[in-house]
Design a protein around this ligand. Structure first.
Ligand code: UDP
Ligand code: MG
Length: 311
């Protein structure tokens, strides 16, 4: 088993995190739950501080326990995580647990994840059992986000961030996804496989500050929607149909008022042409959108299916 930890400017937190993860690994090894060659993979996501020096020092002290991967540039949490998971795959691990560098995700939940994995689950989600430590704003926006994803037809696990265990088979399936716009919280549930959930309480950062300001959170949400749904494009067509319908109703109203003699000069021709023409333009955009959606889905070149087992 390997822990995969994306790190961006985490020099303040890394020593504590490394110590905690090392003793967690030791406990699990002693209990015979994980292989003795289990390790920690730190991914330095192009940090500007001494994160890489800390990782390098940890590695030189204990090369069998601490591994490091350094990205040449800051590519964001999701890409760093993906890089680490692929590195773990190369290390021939039987499973990988992804976790933040700040210990906000309770490391003790790993016990439950490993247990579920040993009982046959290929993907085990760490799910927060409450959001007491969040602000009302964060709770509200998170809830709205998960509801919207559900409405758009994307499977996500509410209150699950990127704290999860993935088996080797699940990692291999994930490695077939070539898209560079990554949204693992949507991608991983779409892999299939037998899954399980482990509930935990999310704490506060051990050190340093959040690397997810509001701006990043908004773009992350947009990424989530646009990576998984082409429904926004389809919605344009609906809007076009609505506009044409309004135009036609106005046309009927205009004709009735012309024949009954209370027509207002110019009103009918203006309004009807505006709504009907506007509707046609939206419809044309919607049709174009349908094709763009098709192109988009093809370009992502996702695997058609993933084989879980063959006999
Ligand atoms: N992170 C990363 N690259 C980035 C931003 C963040 O690898 O560009 C890492 C960060 O070091 C941490 C994890 O992603 O391990 C989650 O970030 P953070 O704890 O700042 O987010 P929050 O918990 O505040 O949502
Ligand atoms: Mg955090």
């Amino acid at each position: 088993m390997a822990f995969v930890i994306p790190c961006y400017n985490e020099e303040a937190a890394l020593h504590v995190t490394a110590g905690v993860l090392k003793s967690k690994l030791q406990d699990l090894k002693d209990a015979g739950q994980i292989a003795s060659e289990s390790s920690v993979v730190f991914v330095d996501d192009g940090s500007a501080d001494k994160t890489w020096d800390v990782i390098a020092a940890l590695h030189s002290e204990q090369p069998n326990i601490f591994h490091g991967v350094k990205l040449a540039h800051n590519r964001g949490h999701q890409n760093a995580l993906f890089a680490g998971l692929m590195h773990a795959l190369q290390l021939n691990v039987d499973a990988a647990v992804s976790m933040d560098a700040d210990l906000q995700d309770d490391p003790n939940a790993v016990d439950g994840m490993v247990a579920a994995y040993r009982e046959g689950a290929e993907i085990v989600y760490g799910v927060r059992d409450n959001r007491d430590t969040d602000t009302a704003f964060k709770r509200g926006t998170a809830h709205a986000f998960y509801s919207m994803m559900k409405w758009l037809g994307t499977e996500t696990v509410p209150d699950h961030a990127d704290y999860r265990l993935m088996s080797r088979a699940a990692l291999q399936a994930l490695s077939q996804y070539k898209e560079s716009n990554l949204f693992l919280r949507g991608l991983v549930p779409s892999l299939g496989f037998k899954t399980a959930k482990v509930f935990y309480k999310r704490g506060t950062r051990v050190a340093g500050e959040s690397k997810y300001p509001l701006k990043k959170m908004v773009s992350f949400a947009i990424e989530g929607v646009t990576s998984f749904s082409t429904k926004p494009l389809t919605m344009i067509t609906g809007l076009g149909v609505f506009s044409v319908l309004v135009g036609v109703i106005m046309l009927v109203y205009t004709l009735v008022s012309v024949f009954s003699g209370h027509a207002v000069a110019g009103w009918g021709s203006m309004m009807c042409s505006m709504w009907i023409l506007g509707g046609f333009i939206l419809l044309a955009l919607g049709v174009t959108g349908e094709y763009i959606a098709k192109i988009y889905l093809e370009v992502k070149a996702r695997p058609r299916y993933i084989i879980e087992e063959s006999l």
